[in-house]
Design a protein around this ligand. Structure first.
Ligand code: FCB
Length: 446
Protein backbone atom coordinates (compact mmCIF):
# COMPACT_ATOMS: atom_id res chain seq x y z
CA UNK A 1 0.00 0.00 0.00
CA UNK A 2 1.59 3.20 -1.06
CA UNK A 3 -0.92 5.78 0.15
CA UNK A 4 -1.97 6.62 3.66
CA UNK A 5 -5.67 5.98 4.08
CA UNK A 6 -7.26 8.57 6.30
CA UNK A 7 -10.76 7.87 7.58
CA UNK A 8 -13.62 10.35 8.10
CA UNK A 9 -13.15 12.45 11.18
CA UNK A 10 -16.04 10.92 13.13
CA UNK A 11 -15.16 7.32 12.19
CA UNK A 12 -15.58 5.07 15.20
CA UNK A 13 -12.74 2.68 16.04
CA UNK A 14 -13.73 -0.23 18.23
CA UNK A 15 -13.25 -3.80 19.34
CA UNK A 16 -15.82 -6.50 20.00
CA UNK A 17 -16.38 -9.43 22.35
CA UNK A 18 -19.33 -11.55 23.51
CA UNK A 19 -20.47 -12.55 26.98
CA UNK A 20 -20.10 -16.33 26.85
CA UNK A 21 -16.75 -16.08 25.08
CA UNK A 22 -15.02 -13.92 27.71
CA UNK A 23 -16.92 -13.57 30.98
CA UNK A 24 -16.54 -16.90 32.78
CA UNK A 25 -18.32 -16.86 36.19
CA UNK A 26 -20.87 -19.14 34.61
CA UNK A 27 -22.75 -19.81 37.83
CA UNK A 28 -21.95 -16.79 39.98
CA UNK A 29 -24.13 -14.10 41.53
CA UNK A 30 -27.38 -15.80 40.64
CA UNK A 31 -26.72 -16.35 36.94
CA UNK A 32 -28.89 -19.04 35.35
CA UNK A 33 -27.64 -21.76 33.03
CA UNK A 34 -27.44 -20.93 29.33
CA UNK A 35 -27.67 -23.26 26.36
CA UNK A 36 -23.93 -22.79 25.90
CA UNK A 37 -23.25 -23.88 29.49
CA UNK A 38 -25.32 -26.98 28.87
CA UNK A 39 -23.75 -27.65 25.46
CA UNK A 40 -20.14 -27.18 26.52
CA UNK A 41 -20.72 -29.36 29.61
CA UNK A 42 -21.94 -32.14 27.33
CA UNK A 43 -19.02 -34.42 26.39
CA UNK A 44 -18.07 -34.39 22.73
CA UNK A 45 -19.66 -31.09 21.78
CA UNK A 46 -16.70 -28.71 22.08
CA UNK A 47 -13.11 -29.29 20.99
CA UNK A 48 -10.94 -30.59 23.82
CA UNK A 49 -13.90 -30.48 26.22
CA UNK A 50 -13.33 -26.74 26.66
CA UNK A 51 -16.03 -24.69 28.36
CA UNK A 52 -16.74 -21.01 29.04
CA UNK A 53 -16.79 -21.64 32.81
CA UNK A 54 -13.80 -19.34 33.34
CA UNK A 55 -12.94 -18.10 29.83
CA UNK A 56 -11.02 -14.80 30.16
CA UNK A 57 -12.43 -14.23 33.63
CA UNK A 58 -13.64 -10.89 32.37
CA UNK A 59 -16.49 -10.96 34.91
CA UNK A 60 -13.86 -10.31 37.59
CA UNK A 61 -11.16 -8.60 35.54
CA UNK A 62 -13.28 -6.02 33.73
CA UNK A 63 -11.56 -3.00 35.34
CA UNK A 64 -8.21 -4.23 34.02
CA UNK A 65 -9.79 -4.91 30.63
CA UNK A 66 -11.26 -1.40 30.45
CA UNK A 67 -7.82 0.00 31.29
CA UNK A 68 -6.45 -2.03 28.40
CA UNK A 69 -9.10 -0.66 26.04
CA UNK A 70 -8.29 2.83 27.21
CA UNK A 71 -4.60 2.31 26.56
CA UNK A 72 -5.49 1.22 23.02
CA UNK A 73 -7.43 4.45 22.54
CA UNK A 74 -10.63 2.61 21.58
CA UNK A 75 -13.56 4.89 20.87
CA UNK A 76 -16.14 2.16 21.25
CA UNK A 77 -16.50 -1.31 22.74
CA UNK A 78 -19.06 -3.83 21.54
CA UNK A 79 -19.97 -6.44 24.14
CA UNK A 80 -22.99 -8.62 24.74
CA UNK A 81 -25.22 -9.14 27.73
CA UNK A 82 -25.78 -12.61 29.10
CA UNK A 83 -29.55 -12.97 29.24
CA UNK A 84 -29.37 -15.64 32.00
CA UNK A 85 -27.54 -13.17 34.27
CA UNK A 86 -30.56 -10.85 34.04
CA UNK A 87 -33.32 -13.47 33.98
CA UNK A 88 -31.91 -16.73 35.39
CA UNK A 89 -35.12 -18.54 34.40
CA UNK A 90 -35.46 -16.67 31.11
CA UNK A 91 -38.33 -14.43 32.15
CA UNK A 92 -40.29 -13.02 35.13
CA UNK A 93 -37.88 -12.60 38.06
CA UNK A 94 -34.96 -10.21 37.46
CA UNK A 95 -31.62 -10.95 39.11
CA UNK A 96 -30.41 -7.52 40.30
CA UNK A 97 -26.80 -8.72 40.64
CA UNK A 98 -26.76 -9.46 36.91
CA UNK A 99 -27.88 -5.95 36.05
CA UNK A 100 -25.36 -4.53 38.52
CA UNK A 101 -22.50 -6.15 36.66
CA UNK A 102 -23.43 -4.44 33.40
CA UNK A 103 -24.18 -1.17 35.20
CA UNK A 104 -20.63 -1.17 36.56
CA UNK A 105 -19.18 -2.13 33.19
CA UNK A 106 -21.06 0.64 31.38
CA UNK A 107 -20.08 3.22 34.00
CA UNK A 108 -16.46 2.11 33.78
CA UNK A 109 -16.46 2.40 29.99
CA UNK A 110 -18.00 5.86 30.07
CA UNK A 111 -15.47 6.99 32.67
CA UNK A 112 -12.74 5.79 30.33
CA UNK A 113 -14.31 7.75 27.47
CA UNK A 114 -15.37 4.59 25.60
CA UNK A 115 -18.81 4.37 23.96
CA UNK A 116 -20.64 1.13 24.76
CA UNK A 117 -22.32 -0.80 21.91
CA UNK A 118 -24.54 -3.41 23.53
CA UNK A 119 -25.52 -6.63 21.79
CA UNK A 120 -28.54 -8.04 23.57
CA UNK A 121 -28.21 -11.56 22.24
CA UNK A 122 -24.99 -13.28 21.27
CA UNK A 123 -26.22 -16.87 21.50
CA UNK A 124 -26.44 -17.60 25.25
CA UNK A 125 -30.15 -18.31 25.58
CA UNK A 126 -31.33 -19.21 29.11
CA UNK A 127 -31.54 -23.00 29.26
CA UNK A 128 -34.93 -22.66 30.98
CA UNK A 129 -36.34 -21.19 27.75
CA UNK A 130 -34.72 -23.93 25.69
CA UNK A 131 -36.50 -26.42 27.95
CA UNK A 132 -39.77 -24.76 26.93
CA UNK A 133 -38.98 -25.16 23.25
CA UNK A 134 -36.20 -22.62 22.60
CA UNK A 135 -36.23 -20.39 19.52
CA UNK A 136 -38.48 -22.65 17.45
CA UNK A 137 -41.21 -21.59 19.93
CA UNK A 138 -42.78 -18.17 19.44
CA UNK A 139 -42.96 -17.71 23.22
CA UNK A 140 -39.16 -17.31 23.28
CA UNK A 141 -39.49 -14.23 21.08
CA UNK A 142 -42.00 -12.86 23.59
CA UNK A 143 -39.63 -13.55 26.48
CA UNK A 144 -36.86 -11.76 24.56
CA UNK A 145 -38.95 -8.59 24.38
CA UNK A 146 -39.38 -8.60 28.17
CA UNK A 147 -35.62 -9.03 28.49
CA UNK A 148 -34.82 -6.27 25.95
CA UNK A 149 -37.27 -3.98 27.72
CA UNK A 150 -35.70 -4.60 31.13
CA UNK A 151 -32.14 -4.07 29.94
CA UNK A 152 -32.84 -1.00 27.83
CA UNK A 153 -34.79 0.53 30.72
CA UNK A 154 -31.88 -0.10 33.11
CA UNK A 155 -29.04 1.01 30.83
CA UNK A 156 -30.78 3.26 28.30
CA UNK A 157 -29.82 6.47 30.10
CA UNK A 158 -26.16 5.68 29.32
CA UNK A 159 -26.12 3.15 26.48
CA UNK A 160 -27.14 4.75 23.18
CA UNK A 161 -26.18 2.05 20.71
CA UNK A 162 -28.13 -1.21 20.68
CA UNK A 163 -27.77 -4.36 18.62
CA UNK A 164 -30.74 -6.67 19.04
CA UNK A 165 -29.14 -9.86 17.72
CA UNK A 166 -25.79 -11.16 16.61
CA UNK A 167 -25.85 -13.32 13.47
CA UNK A 168 -29.32 -14.86 13.45
CA UNK A 169 -28.14 -17.09 10.58
CA UNK A 170 -25.67 -18.82 12.89
CA UNK A 171 -28.14 -19.17 15.77
CA UNK A 172 -30.71 -20.68 13.45
CA UNK A 173 -28.79 -22.79 10.97
CA UNK A 174 -25.77 -23.83 13.05
CA UNK A 175 -27.61 -24.07 16.39
CA UNK A 176 -30.81 -25.77 15.19
CA UNK A 177 -29.91 -26.86 11.65
CA UNK A 178 -26.55 -28.59 11.61
CA UNK A 179 -26.07 -28.88 15.34
CA UNK A 180 -22.49 -27.68 15.66
CA UNK A 181 -23.60 -24.98 18.10
CA UNK A 182 -25.91 -25.01 21.09
CA UNK A 183 -28.49 -26.39 21.47
CA UNK A 184 -27.16 -28.86 18.90
CA UNK A 185 -30.36 -29.70 17.03
CA UNK A 186 -30.47 -30.86 13.41
CA UNK A 187 -33.83 -29.99 11.99
CA UNK A 188 -34.44 -27.63 9.07
CA UNK A 189 -37.96 -26.78 10.17
CA UNK A 190 -36.68 -25.79 13.62
CA UNK A 191 -33.92 -23.76 12.02
CA UNK A 192 -36.38 -21.84 9.84
CA UNK A 193 -38.75 -21.26 12.76
CA UNK A 194 -35.78 -20.04 14.80
CA UNK A 195 -34.70 -17.62 12.08
CA UNK A 196 -38.24 -16.28 11.90
CA UNK A 197 -38.64 -15.88 15.66
CA UNK A 198 -35.26 -14.16 15.99
CA UNK A 199 -36.29 -11.65 13.35
CA UNK A 200 -39.71 -11.20 14.89
CA UNK A 201 -38.17 -10.64 18.32
CA UNK A 202 -35.87 -8.11 16.69
CA UNK A 203 -38.80 -6.20 15.17
CA UNK A 204 -40.73 -6.15 18.43
CA UNK A 205 -37.71 -5.10 20.45
CA UNK A 206 -36.73 -2.18 18.20
CA UNK A 207 -39.86 -0.24 19.21
CA UNK A 208 -39.42 -1.21 22.85
CA UNK A 209 -35.80 -0.07 22.98
CA UNK A 210 -36.69 3.19 21.24
CA UNK A 211 -39.41 3.82 23.81
CA UNK A 212 -36.90 3.34 26.64
CA UNK A 213 -34.05 5.15 24.94
CA UNK A 214 -35.50 7.79 22.61
CA UNK A 215 -32.10 9.19 21.65
CA UNK A 216 -30.67 5.74 20.97
CA UNK A 217 -29.61 4.03 17.75
CA UNK A 218 -30.89 0.52 17.20
CA UNK A 219 -29.69 -2.06 14.71
CA UNK A 220 -29.03 -5.75 14.13
CA UNK A 221 -25.83 -7.56 13.21
CA UNK A 222 -25.77 -10.06 10.35
CA UNK A 223 -22.97 -12.31 9.15
CA UNK A 224 -22.80 -11.60 5.44
CA UNK A 225 -20.54 -12.78 2.63
CA UNK A 226 -20.52 -12.56 -1.11
CA UNK A 227 -20.99 -16.00 -2.67
CA UNK A 228 -19.36 -16.69 -5.97
CA UNK A 229 -19.69 -19.63 -8.36
CA UNK A 230 -16.78 -22.09 -8.56
CA UNK A 231 -17.09 -21.96 -12.37
CA UNK A 232 -19.05 -19.88 -14.88
CA UNK A 233 -21.36 -22.87 -15.54
CA UNK A 234 -25.10 -22.53 -15.01
CA UNK A 235 -25.23 -25.09 -12.22
CA UNK A 236 -22.49 -23.44 -10.20
CA UNK A 237 -24.07 -20.05 -10.71
CA UNK A 238 -27.32 -21.45 -9.35
CA UNK A 239 -25.40 -22.86 -6.38
CA UNK A 240 -23.95 -19.42 -5.66
CA UNK A 241 -27.42 -17.90 -5.87
CA UNK A 242 -28.64 -20.52 -3.39
CA UNK A 243 -25.80 -19.76 -0.97
CA UNK A 244 -26.50 -16.04 -1.27
CA UNK A 245 -30.21 -16.63 -0.65
CA UNK A 246 -29.50 -18.78 2.38
CA UNK A 247 -26.88 -16.62 4.03
CA UNK A 248 -27.73 -13.08 2.92
CA UNK A 249 -31.15 -12.58 1.36
CA UNK A 250 -33.03 -14.75 3.87
CA UNK A 251 -32.34 -12.00 6.42
CA UNK A 252 -31.73 -8.86 4.37
CA UNK A 253 -34.92 -9.15 2.32
CA UNK A 254 -37.46 -9.42 5.16
CA UNK A 255 -35.61 -6.73 7.11
CA UNK A 256 -36.04 -4.41 4.14
CA UNK A 257 -39.72 -5.09 3.50
CA UNK A 258 -39.21 -7.56 0.66
CA UNK A 259 -40.48 -10.63 2.49
CA UNK A 260 -38.77 -14.01 2.32
CA UNK A 261 -37.11 -14.56 -1.08
CA UNK A 262 -39.36 -16.82 -3.19
CA UNK A 263 -36.55 -18.89 -4.68
CA UNK A 264 -35.44 -19.85 -1.18
CA UNK A 265 -38.95 -20.53 0.11
CA UNK A 266 -39.23 -23.00 -2.79
CA UNK A 267 -35.78 -24.43 -2.21
CA UNK A 268 -36.37 -25.01 1.52
CA UNK A 269 -39.77 -26.52 0.75
CA UNK A 270 -40.99 -25.96 4.30
CA UNK A 271 -44.61 -25.15 5.17
CA UNK A 272 -43.41 -22.14 7.20
CA UNK A 273 -46.55 -22.39 9.29
CA UNK A 274 -44.89 -20.31 12.01
CA UNK A 275 -45.32 -17.09 9.99
CA UNK A 276 -48.36 -15.15 11.21
CA UNK A 277 -50.11 -12.22 9.53
CA UNK A 278 -48.27 -8.96 10.18
CA UNK A 279 -45.02 -10.66 11.22
CA UNK A 280 -43.28 -9.40 8.10
CA UNK A 281 -44.40 -5.84 8.82
CA UNK A 282 -42.95 -6.17 12.31
CA UNK A 283 -39.67 -7.53 10.97
CA UNK A 284 -39.25 -4.70 8.47
CA UNK A 285 -39.39 -1.91 11.05
CA UNK A 286 -36.73 0.59 9.93
CA UNK A 287 -33.48 0.42 11.90
CA UNK A 288 -30.85 3.09 12.44
CA UNK A 289 -27.95 0.97 11.29
CA UNK A 290 -26.91 -2.46 10.11
CA UNK A 291 -24.03 -4.28 11.78
CA UNK A 292 -21.97 -6.38 9.38
CA UNK A 293 -19.73 -9.23 10.43
CA UNK A 294 -17.39 -10.07 7.59
CA UNK A 295 -14.67 -12.71 7.59
CA UNK A 296 -14.52 -14.34 4.17
CA UNK A 297 -16.38 -15.07 0.94
CA UNK A 298 -18.06 -18.26 -0.18
CA UNK A 299 -17.33 -20.18 -3.37
CA UNK A 300 -20.21 -22.38 -4.40
CA UNK A 301 -20.47 -25.35 -6.70
CA UNK A 302 -23.43 -27.48 -7.65
CA UNK A 303 -24.15 -30.82 -6.03
CA UNK A 304 -22.26 -33.55 -7.89
CA UNK A 305 -24.91 -36.22 -7.59
CA UNK A 306 -28.13 -36.91 -5.78
CA UNK A 307 -26.39 -38.01 -2.60
CA UNK A 308 -25.71 -34.34 -2.03
CA UNK A 309 -29.07 -32.72 -1.67
CA UNK A 310 -27.78 -29.17 -1.39
CA UNK A 311 -25.08 -27.30 -3.25
CA UNK A 312 -21.74 -27.07 -1.57
CA UNK A 313 -19.42 -24.33 -0.58
CA UNK A 314 -15.89 -25.12 -1.61
CA UNK A 315 -12.58 -23.47 -1.20
CA UNK A 316 -10.12 -23.16 -4.00
CA UNK A 317 -6.86 -22.43 -2.25
CA UNK A 318 -4.80 -19.34 -1.61
CA UNK A 319 -4.29 -17.59 1.67
CA UNK A 320 -6.27 -19.06 4.57
CA UNK A 321 -6.58 -18.45 8.29
CA UNK A 322 -6.53 -21.01 11.11
CA UNK A 323 -10.31 -21.34 10.67
CA UNK A 324 -9.69 -22.46 7.06
CA UNK A 325 -11.34 -19.27 5.93
CA UNK A 326 -9.96 -17.62 2.80
CA UNK A 327 -8.47 -14.15 3.23
CA UNK A 328 -10.49 -12.12 0.74
CA UNK A 329 -10.61 -8.39 1.52
CA UNK A 330 -12.17 -7.49 -1.84
CA UNK A 331 -15.30 -9.32 -0.67
CA UNK A 332 -15.81 -6.69 2.02
CA UNK A 333 -15.78 -3.94 -0.59
CA UNK A 334 -18.24 -5.85 -2.80
CA UNK A 335 -20.52 -6.57 0.12
CA UNK A 336 -20.61 -3.00 1.41
CA UNK A 337 -21.32 -1.69 -2.08
CA UNK A 338 -24.20 -4.10 -2.49
CA UNK A 339 -25.71 -3.20 0.87
CA UNK A 340 -25.56 0.46 -0.01
CA UNK A 341 -26.74 0.34 -3.61
CA UNK A 342 -29.23 -2.54 -3.40
CA UNK A 343 -30.69 -2.09 0.09
CA UNK A 344 -30.07 1.62 0.71
CA UNK A 345 -29.02 1.06 4.30
CA UNK A 346 -28.75 4.38 6.17
CA UNK A 347 -25.67 3.55 8.24
CA UNK A 348 -23.39 0.56 8.49
CA UNK A 349 -20.91 -0.55 11.12
CA UNK A 350 -18.50 -3.40 10.62
CA UNK A 351 -19.28 -5.03 13.95
CA UNK A 352 -16.78 -7.88 13.48
CA UNK A 353 -13.78 -8.52 11.28
CA UNK A 354 -10.58 -10.29 12.18
CA UNK A 355 -8.65 -13.52 11.90
CA UNK A 356 -7.41 -16.53 13.82
CA UNK A 357 -3.75 -17.39 13.43
CA UNK A 358 -1.38 -19.41 15.57
CA UNK A 359 0.21 -17.11 18.11
CA UNK A 360 3.44 -17.79 19.94
CA UNK A 361 4.75 -15.95 22.97
CA UNK A 362 8.42 -15.20 22.32
CA UNK A 363 11.02 -15.72 25.05
CA UNK A 364 11.01 -11.96 25.59
CA UNK A 365 7.27 -12.13 26.36
CA UNK A 366 5.99 -10.46 23.19
CA UNK A 367 3.54 -11.83 20.60
CA UNK A 368 4.28 -10.96 17.01
CA UNK A 369 1.33 -11.59 14.68
CA UNK A 370 2.12 -10.11 11.26
CA UNK A 371 -0.53 -12.19 9.48
CA UNK A 372 -3.35 -10.83 11.64
CA UNK A 373 -2.02 -7.30 11.24
CA UNK A 374 -1.93 -7.73 7.47
CA UNK A 375 -5.45 -9.21 7.43
CA UNK A 376 -6.88 -6.26 9.36
CA UNK A 377 -4.91 -3.75 7.34
CA UNK A 378 -6.15 -5.06 4.00
CA UNK A 379 -9.76 -5.19 5.21
CA UNK A 380 -9.49 -1.62 6.44
CA UNK A 381 -8.18 -0.63 3.02
CA UNK A 382 -11.27 -2.27 1.47
CA UNK A 383 -13.48 -0.44 3.96
CA UNK A 384 -11.80 2.82 3.08
CA UNK A 385 -12.42 2.18 -0.60
CA UNK A 386 -16.09 1.55 0.13
CA UNK A 387 -16.38 4.86 1.99
CA UNK A 388 -14.81 6.61 -0.99
CA UNK A 389 -17.47 4.99 -3.18
CA UNK A 390 -20.20 6.52 -1.01
CA UNK A 391 -21.01 3.74 1.48
CA UNK A 392 -22.17 5.23 4.81
CA UNK A 393 -19.73 3.17 6.88
CA UNK A 394 -19.54 4.70 10.35
CA UNK A 395 -17.16 2.48 12.25
CA UNK A 396 -15.11 -0.70 12.57
CA UNK A 397 -14.94 -3.19 15.44
CA UNK A 398 -12.10 -5.66 15.31
CA UNK A 399 -12.91 -9.22 16.37
CA UNK A 400 -11.69 -9.55 18.91
CA UNK A 401 -10.37 -7.41 21.73
CA UNK A 402 -8.80 -10.52 23.22
CA UNK A 403 -8.41 -14.23 22.59
CA UNK A 404 -11.47 -16.09 23.82
CA UNK A 405 -13.69 -19.16 23.72
CA UNK A 406 -14.31 -19.79 20.03
CA UNK A 407 -17.56 -21.78 20.38
CA UNK A 408 -17.25 -25.40 19.19
CA UNK A 409 -13.50 -24.83 18.61
CA UNK A 410 -12.95 -24.01 22.29
CA UNK A 411 -9.71 -22.16 23.03
CA UNK A 412 -7.91 -23.58 20.02
CA UNK A 413 -8.47 -20.51 17.84
CA UNK A 414 -7.12 -17.11 18.82
CA UNK A 415 -8.72 -14.01 17.31
CA UNK A 416 -7.53 -11.36 19.77
CA UNK A 417 -5.37 -8.31 19.23
CA UNK A 418 -4.57 -9.08 22.86
CA UNK A 419 -3.13 -12.48 23.76
CA UNK A 420 -4.64 -14.25 26.76
CA UNK A 421 -2.61 -16.78 28.75
CA UNK A 422 -5.45 -18.94 30.04
CA UNK A 423 -3.29 -20.40 32.84
CA UNK A 424 -2.45 -17.05 34.42
CA UNK A 425 -5.04 -14.78 32.78
CA UNK A 426 -2.21 -12.51 31.77
CA UNK A 427 -3.02 -10.23 28.82
CA UNK A 428 -0.29 -9.36 26.29
CA UNK A 429 -0.85 -6.77 23.58
CA UNK A 430 0.08 -8.40 20.26
CA UNK A 431 1.89 -6.47 17.55
CA UNK A 432 -1.44 -6.17 15.68
CA UNK A 433 -2.82 -4.45 18.79
CA UNK A 434 0.08 -2.01 18.91
CA UNK A 435 -0.44 -1.26 15.24
CA UNK A 436 -4.21 -0.82 15.73
CA UNK A 437 -3.51 1.64 18.55
CA UNK A 438 -1.52 3.73 16.10
CA UNK A 439 -4.23 3.50 13.43
CA UNK A 440 -6.74 4.85 15.95
CA UNK A 441 -4.42 7.59 17.08
CA UNK A 442 -3.79 8.81 13.56
CA UNK A 443 -7.22 7.89 12.15
CA UNK A 444 -5.18 6.56 9.28
CA UNK A 445 -4.04 3.20 7.97
CA UNK A 446 -0.41 3.54 7.06
C1 FCB B 1 -18.64 -14.85 14.54
C2 FCB B 1 -19.17 -14.71 15.95
C3 FCB B 1 -18.12 -14.36 16.97
C4 FCB B 1 -16.82 -15.09 16.71
C5 FCB B 1 -16.40 -14.94 15.27
C6 FCB B 1 -15.09 -15.59 14.94
O1 FCB B 1 -19.50 -15.69 13.82
O2 FCB B 1 -20.17 -13.71 16.00
O3 FCB B 1 -18.65 -14.65 18.24
O4 FCB B 1 -16.90 -16.39 17.11
O5 FCB B 1 -17.39 -15.44 14.42
Amino acid sequence: MTHNLTFPQDFLWGAATASYQIEGAWNEDGKGESIWDRFSHTPGKVFNGDTGDVACDHYHRWPEDIALMKSLGLHAYRFSIAWPRIFPAGRDAVNPAGLDFYNRLVDGLLEAGITPFVTLYHWDLPQALQDEGGWPARSTAEAYVEYADTVSRALGDRVKNWITFNEPWVSAFIGYGDGRHAPGHTDLHEALATAHHLMLAHGWAVSQIRANCPDGQVGITLNLSPHMPASPGTADRAAARFADGHNNRWFLDPLHGRGYPCDMVDAFGDAMDFVQPEDLDTISVPVDFLGVNYYTRGIARAAIDESENVPRTVFRGGEITEMDWEVYPAGLYDLLGRLHFDYRIPAIYITENGAAFKDVVSPDGTVDDPQRLSYIKRHLAAAHRAIAAGVPLKGYFVWSLMDNFEWDKGYSKRFGIVYVDYQTQQRILKSSGKWYRQVIQENTVL
